[in-house]
Design a protein around this ligand. Sequence first.
Ligand code: IPE
Ligand code: IPE
Ligand code: MG
Length: 253
Amino acid sequence: MSIDPAITAELAQRPRLRIPAHLGVIMDGNGRWAKARGKRRTEGHIEGVKSLRNLVELCINYGVGHLTVFSFSSENWTRPREEVAFIFNLLRRFVASDLQKLIRNNVRVRIIGTREGLEPSLVRLIDDVEAKTSGNTGLVLVVAFNYGGKAEIAEATRRLAREVAAGRLSPEAITEQTIESALYTAGMPDPDLIIRTSGEQRISNFLLWQAAYSEFVFVDENWPDFDEQSFLRVLEIFSMRDRRFGGIEVARP
Ligand code: IPE
Ligand code: IPE
Ligand code: MG
């Protein structure tokens, strides 16, 4: 899968296409992609990484500011142990193979999710990737790994409760901003658009708080089949949406 210069050129002719400042993606359907081809689920995950690589490039080319991808949920621990171990190894391999290119492309990597339950060597690797790319100023690639929206809100609540117990925060002073600043995504814009592949139409515990006003686009293709055409089709749908944020005015730039 690669980026087609003809499509990129065509896009430049479409001034009305809106590019989300923050794009969220629930990369679903790796297992079904593999099953449909008589392959093992793990092969679907390998293809899924290729699709992710392609999406990162697309986001850089089209000027997306933040890209958050859901790669392993807190609930995915219920899968067979071998599949979980395979997905964890894929993360390690992705870092090993792609870190230098991400640095060259000025990508800043952030990993969100709980570090509890992760092997110390994986935590070190995650810290290292974040540190090595922290000075980059281009695309922010946020990988939701061992992430659950409810767990994130519970963790934020515990953090604020400790502040209150220590007398450093008054309960009356807790606002939406206080909660936001205690989430993993503190300082990031909320996602404007969330894409889910594979035909499923649910949030599955992804960015629960942050998705309050996100636009959702569900596409039928499985994640390994999501390519530049799919990306552009979704952007066209997004560009036609009226985002009202509870108001009555049509917010169009
Ligand atoms: C998404 O694909 C990747 C992860 C959840 C890790 P799935 O593995 O969920 O694929 P399906 O939904 O079973 O086809
Ligand atoms: C959501 O997909 C999680 C990721 C893509 C990492 P799942 O495949 O785990 O979601 P459900 O179980 O179908 O809701
Ligand atoms: Mg799935």
